[in-house]
Write a protein that binds this ligand. Structure first.
Ligand code: GDP
Length: 444
């Protein structure tokens, strides 16, 4: 997950600062030096770091923060606000043309994730707006690129316009747009060629396609793992093409995250989406404020909530809340919940979005084995209907029978039932507004 190192260093710095009752100018200087090093280590562009540190320091000194209440907290707030500003403050939604089709030109270096991201974005529009996109295969230099786009199209059930590799890409785009007009597609994605590096010929070709298609969006796809190179690429493409936005891919990987923090400041162009996985669903709108919270280790509750809302059946969720309140939550509900959670993705990723969790030492090596969930389910499935509905029936002989039926040891059955009872109690308390149990869980 991106930003782990940065988050850890910033948190350490702030913990040291919080320990001081009074913050002197020397403390502030030390803190700012730590922040500077942390950002540089996260591969943030050095000019951006310099400006960032100066702005925060000037604001802290220029106000009466150091003499006021809770100076450490105020400085964290300044850093948070400045991080948000650095990443663009506002969300940057996709441009939409008043008349159809909206034309989106996708550009980027080879391997950045351009073709995959084209599919992800088309799928997002299809799912969220019932859009009917057409993908145009304009990378004629690598036959594999066209095949790949065709495969992506099949995967998300979106048509792909292609003429193989022997036709001039500008002509392909012209014909593709004619086809889109005929079929009344509302979005057109042009998948352009990529190279290993920026070169003049490629840039000229992209400029020609731009001149013909008048795209509503020219999105540059860059790989977050390439750090400063991603920033340089963005600068290069922007100079030649005047891009309208950036999509940062592979933020799920082991990146230091510096690109996310620098691109906006260096190019003046917004990051619109971030890719966080290889699957077609793994594309999220970029929210500067949420990203700042994540970097500071304050979690990303909003994304978590949205993810939960999207993936959870609303009616079922309402029923569940009712059951928790009435304390009638049983093992059938428990298995339903497990299934839903499993559908949301790796549990360790979800847990890290909870405030305080990302950097909780207890999370460092958490590796939730999907097999454990399967074992838990096997235990529940070995219960009778009556037992599932009424866990109080589970006396020792029933537990032995369940252990034999599920092929799990009795101690595991006992542990699972104990955890279920604890969870049920905690959820019931939380539903009454008592969050003490939860705080304990988060280690605060
Ligand atoms: P292109 O050459 O720019 O068209 O790049 P591709 O779309 O072929 O992607 C290159 C590789 O990056 C593929 O293996 C993709 O699955 C992978 N990829 C793309 N986006 C992401 C992402 O957000 N996260 C991860 N982990 N992999 C990605």
């Amino acid at each position: 997950m991106a930003f782990e190192g940065l988050t850890e260093r910033l948190q350490k710095t702030f913990t040291n600062l919080r320990k001081k009752g009074k913050v002197t100018e020397a403390d502030l200087r030390d803190t700012m030096r730590e922040i500077r090093l942390a950002l540089l280590e996260a591969d943030v562009n050095f000019k951006v770091v310099k400006q960032f540190v100066k702005t925060v320091r000037d604001q802290a000194i220029g106000s009466d923060i150091l003499d006021g209440l809770n100076p450490a907290q105020q400085i964290v707030k300044l850093v948070n606000d400045e991080l948000i500003k650095m990443m663009g403050t506002e969300d940057a939604p996709l441009n939409k043309s008043p008349k159809i089709p909206t034309i989106i030109m996708m550009s980027g270096l080879q391997g950045a994730g351009k073709t995959t991201t084209t599919g992800k974005l088309a799928l997002k529009l299809k799912n969220e707006q019932k859009a009917r996109p057409l993908l145009i295969a304009a990378d004629v230099y690598r036959p594999a690129a066209i095949d790949q786009l065709v495969q992506v199209g099949q995967q998300i059930d979106v048509p792909v316009y292609q003429e193989g590799t022997d036709v001039n890409p500008v002509d392909i785009v012209r014909h593709g747009l004619e086809q889109a007009a005929e079929n009344k597609n509302d979005y057109v994605f042009i998948d352009t060629a990529g190279r290993l590096q920026i070169d003049e010929k490629l840039m000229q070709e992209l400029a020609d396609i731009k001149a013909l298609a008048h795209p509503d969006e020219i999105l540059l796809v860059v790989d977050a793992m390439t750090g400063q190179n991603a920033v340089n690429t963005a600068e290069g493409f922007n100079e030649k093409l005047d891009i309208t936005g950036v999509i940062l891919t592979k933020l799920d990987g082991d990146t230091r995250g510096g690109a996310a923090l620098s691109i906006r400041s260096v190019t003046g162009k917004p990051i619109k989406f971030v890719g966080q996985g290889e699957k077609m669903e793994d594309l999220d709108v970029f929210h500067p404020d949420r990203m700042a919270s994540r970097i500071l280790g304050m979690g990303d509750m909003l994304t978590l909530i949205e993810k939960t809302q999207k993936d959870f059946d609303q009616k079922q969720a309402a029923e569940m809340t009712q059951k928790i309140r009435e304390n009638t939550f049983d093992f059938n509900d428990f298995v339903d919940q497990l299934n839903q959670v499993q559908n949301m993705g790796p549990i360790e990723d979800i847990m890290k979005m909870i405030p305080g969790m990302a950097n909780n030492p207890a999370m460092q090596n958490v590796n939730v084995d999907p097999k454990d969930l399967e074992h838990t389910k096997a235990i529940v499935y070995s219960m009778t209907k009556a037992e599932r509905e009424n866990p109080d029936l589970l006396n020792p002989s029933r537990r032995r029978r369940i252990a034999a039926g599920s092929g799990r040891p009795v101690v595991e059955v006992n542990r699972m039932i104990k955890q279920f009872n604890q969870m049920k109690k905690m959820m019931n308390q939380m539903s009454k507004g008592n969050f003490n149990g939860m705080e304990g869980m988060l280690g605060n």
